[in-house]
Design a protein around this ligand. Sequence first.
Ligand code: FES
Length: 314
Amino acid sequence: MDSTNNIDCIDSGTENCPCYLAATGDCLICSRLQGKEYCDCLWKGVCIYNEFIQNNQKINNPRKDFASKIVSRKQYLDDLYVITLEVGRGFALKAAIPGSYVFLKSPDFQNYYQTPISIMHADTENGFITVLVKSISAKTKAICAQEDKLIVRGVYRGGISGMPKIIGRFSRIIPDSKVLILTKGVGFAPAINFLNWVGSDTETEIIIDEDKICTQVIWDYLQPSTANKVLIKSLPECLSLPLTEKITEGNYTAVVVLASDYYIEEMRKIIMQLPEPPAFVHSNNANICCGEGICGACSCVDPDGTIHKKCKCL
Ligand code: FES
């Protein structure tokens, strides 16, 4: 691979920039911080190179592990838990942005047990975050077995791809947006955080496939005021519906799919056939391991042969 500069980075220009990649000469944006003698970046924000050099080559606000008290833990199914953690108001405020996720781990386990989990709800008044965890294998089983504390690291951005297409001024949704959301399984969790961010002034419809979750958790966390229309239906059934008509007749300006890559691709095909396709936003289902652009676990290669670290993509 030649250069990786000039691609977007979810952390560029944020309080977490410059990051570890600047220190190792691997910044995704800055050609100078990739060891080149010239600047050819397309970044329009504060110069990352300048920030890094003037700050004594310091990494800005590296995310650190901390122990967080479990405020509540409710079991919904044999393998489905909702866990609320005390994290402080500042942390909860950052977690209220759609696509936010944290790494969680049981205190008794090694660091390689950390796993990324989407934020379902951020209570900014009390400084709590709530997550929906499916206990499926070693890491998530260890998390769900804990009753007192969990180790938290975050907040990470980028759990939902394509958000810049629907964000307008003041980091709010573009006025007069009309959003159709489709979720399957634990994709329901980031949908709740998304709906809370969108607010009640935006018209929204959510179609929930309750496979692997349950009706009770849906009605416990879906506030009637946050979604105008709610439909509980399996996504395979939805795909067989005339979704094209639904999207055009409903005048949706954005379609958000929080489900597996299969459903994302099926919906992308449907949307791309439309003469005026709405913004397409979807879950980032990459195999995220470090979340910092370091380990390469989330890498994918595009048709040009360029490698992208998906944990850092917008
Ligand atoms: S998860 Fe490690 S590089 Fe993306």
